[in-house]
Design a protein around this ligand. Structure first.
Ligand SMILES: NC(=O)C1=CN([C@@H]2O[C@H](COP(=O)(O)OP(=O)(O)OC[C@H]3O[C@@H](n4cnc5c(N)ncnc54)[C@H](O)[C@@H]3O)[C@@H](O)[C@H]2O)C=CC1
Ligand SMILES: CC(=O)C(=O)O
Length: 315
């Protein structure tokens, strides 16, 4: 069975999964979408609702509820299934529960004969992406986590607001764990070709602004979860962006969770870094010239992930 590179199987049709499906439909990304969830009734409801939007979609997208058999010829399997944070919980608190769920999901996907690309959103996303790489045996470039794609979007949005420039014209990244130890890379950021450091120097309250922005990005999920129970539109747009880079073979630079094998001086973990994404998955990790403070922060983030991850994977 040949795989259809434009076919997406989405596992987990909760808040994040359903929003991602809606983003694909709205943006005309991919031509076939299959939904799988333990909650079959809700999945059927989602399929109907999405199909009713097709009349006004930019391109036709076949949407149906399916089973793991559908993965065999899929180009992309996206996993948004599992437990989400409750108010006050960190992403890392979910590891035990979601690793068990993931073992069963990935085994079923691989049993179908799947030979495409995995994209993972479930938290803690860096550790679960590492788990999918281990459980599936697929090459590292074909297992991608959403990483800090959302944190980068939050950072760019806040910088865009401050400097009154569209976030699409703000070139700035958040790297590290998708979680409390992540770091904004101030040193390499620019807006319209002007280094961000230059623009920051012109602010009367530079230090306060930088601290507030960092905290806003880091704590955004906690605030949204407190306010409305979960976060989903932002990550759905990020997942759609990664999907588009894969489906349209874009070689787009996006901050995703990728396996380090010596890059940034670390190895054997998935973590948020800029990478070039195309039809084959992760083509290349980009090593940013971090300053000393950022290098230290990144190492702390690596340590945070490894401290939680390693006990689960050591023989
Ligand atoms: N990476 C990121 O930037 C973000 C990640 N997330 C994460 O995404 C995940 C999903 O969040 P929500 O959609 O809000 O949760 P949700 O509770 O709305 O949806 C989870 C879905 O997973 C399904 N599910 C559970 N076990 C399953 C299994 N074994 N097989 C198939 N389906 C199964 C449930 O039935 C449910 O529909 C969470 O881990 C959350 O923390 C959320 C926002 C941003
Ligand atoms: C929930 C989550 O991971 C986020 O919104 O960043």
């Amino acid at each position: 069975m040949h795989k259809n590179n434009q076919k997406v199987v989405l596992i987990g049709t909760g808040d994040v999964g359903a929003s991602y499906a809606f983003s694909l439909l709205n943006q005309g990304i991919s031509d076939e979408l299959v939904l799988i969830d333990l909650n079959e009734k809700k999945t059927i409801g989602e399929v109907k609702d999405l199909n009713h939007g097709k009349t006004y979609a930019p391109s036709p997208l076949k949407v149906k509820a399916g089973s793991y058999e559908d993965c065999k010829d899929a180009g992309l399997v996206v996993i948004c299934a599992g437990a989400a944070q409750k108010p006050g919980e960190t992403r890392l608190d979910l590891v035990d529960k979601n690793l068990k769920i993931f073992k069963s999901i990935v085994d079923q996907v691989m049993d179908s004969g799947f030979d495409g690309i995995f994209l993972i959103a479930t938290n803690p996303v860096d550790i679960l992406t590492y788990a999918v790489h281990k459980f599936s045996g697929l090459p590292k470039e074909r297992v991608i986590g959403s990483g800090t794609i959302l944190d980068t979007a939050r950072f760019r949005y806040l910088l865009g607001e401050q400097f009154e420039v569209s976030p699409t014209s703000v070139h700035a990244m958040v790297i590290g764990e998708h979680g409390d130890s992540e770091l904004p890379v101030w040193s390499t950021a620019d807006i319209g070709g002007r280094p961000l450091s230059m623009l920051l120097d012109e602010l009367p309250n530079k230090d306060e602004f930088m601290e507030k922005t960092y905290v806003n990005v880091r704590d955004a999920a906690y605030e949204i979860i407190e306010a409305k129970g979960s976060t989903y539109y932002g990550v759905a747009m990020g997942l759609a962006r990664i999907t588009k880079a894969i489906m349209s073979d874009q070689n787009a630079v996006l901050t995703v969770s990728a396996l380090l094998e010596g890059e940034y001086g670390h190895d054997d973990l998935y973590i948020g870094v800029p990478a070039i994404i195309n039809k084959d998955g992760i083509r290349e990790i980009i090593e940013l010239p971090l300053n000393d403070v950022e290098t230290q922060q990144f190492s702390k983030s690596v340590e945070t992930i490894k401290n939680i991850q390693n006990p689960f994977f050591e023989a």
